[in-house]
Design a protein around this ligand. Structure first.
Ligand code: ADP
Length: 265
């Protein structure tokens, strides 16, 4: 996975070095090459970030920066990067019960990350014209007490029961031949197989859990998948229905990139 963007960066850089006198006079050609380098490095940074996060979760050391989180903002932010692709692929996206969920004490940025992965997967494994629904409710679980549950349900290709646990393991993907080589939003676009590991890490760090419900894998009849994400309700005593300022969700970004910068030095 790291080799692909590295090859891209190397290839475009080499082309920049080899520019002829004639090509040097063509700003649009130069721009294309430089954009290739930038895209490759962004993809690589995304992967390094993800590996870093997964490692943190893996050793049980995911640090949370908690604040009061309004879950509708979380879902809206998580869906934001996919709006265009949802539109292009005619996939209906709906929310229900999210607005009614109580404000929770949680790491908003991490929750956005978790739902970005779940919604992104729903998009990747649902054929054009399908539906993705995000449904919220509060309930009581014997071991966790009061929880909020958010279910991301799709009408996609589904997952065989034998893989329901394994998909949360690092680098596990159901079947390599199933995936196309590229595309974060394309049908069956390939990923590194780390997304759900991170989602699980985030649920665990909040004292919650995540699991999948699906009748099986069937690309013709598309039984769909439902990912359940549950975290205990830790409502601040003074919780009111104030809308949160975006800044509370954004707090972690600079810290993570700072760490990456340190690593790169
Ligand atoms: P990837 O980067 O491959 O998407 P993930 O950890 O997010 O990695 O998911 C692991 C595997 O689980 C995927 O490769 C895919 O086979 C399967 N999977 C995840 N979400 C879904 C879904 N909504 N529908 C069908 N299969 C899914």
């Amino acid at each position: 996975e790291l080799r692909t963007p590295l090859t891209q960066i190397h290839g475009y850089s080499q082309m920049l070095i080899d520019l002829t006198e004639e090509e040097l006079k063509d700003p649009s050609y130069m721009k294309t090459l430089i954009e290739g380098v930038v895209k490759g490095s962004e993809r690589m940074k995304g992967l390094v970030d993800l590996m870093f996060d997964v490692t943190e979760a893996d050793v049980g050391e995911m640090r949370l920066f908690k604040g009061q989180v309004y879950l509708e903002d979380v879902i809206d932010q998580a869906a934001q990067p996919y709006l265009q692709a949802l539109d292009e692929r005619r996939i209906a996206f709906g929310k229900s019960g999210i607005k009614e969920l109580p404000i929770v004490e949680a790491d908003g940025t991490r929750l956005v990350q978790a739902f970005e992965n779940l919604i992104g997967n729903a998009l990747k494994y649902t054929p054009d014209g399908g539906t993705i629904k995000v449904e919220g409710q509060t309930k009581h679980l014997d071991d966790l007490g009061p929880v909020i549950e958010i279910v991301v349900a799709d009408t996609g290709i589904g997952i065989d029961p034998e893989h329901h646990q394994k998909i949360f393991e690092k680098f596990f993907r159901v079947d390599d031949t199933l995936h196309h080589s590229t595309g974060k939003t394309k049908f069956k676009g390939a990923g590194p197989g780390l997304g759900l590991t991170l989602v699980k890490g985030i649920a665990d760090a909040h004292g919650g859990r995540v699991w999948v419900e699906s009748l099986g894998h069937d690309e013709v009849n598309c039984p769909g998948s439902k990912f359940h994400f549950v975290i205990p309700v830790q409502q601040p005593a003074e919780a009111t229905r104030q809308r949160l300022k975006q800044s509370q969700i954004e707090t972690r970004h600079w810290r993570r990139s700072d760490l990456i910068d340190e690593m790169m030095e």
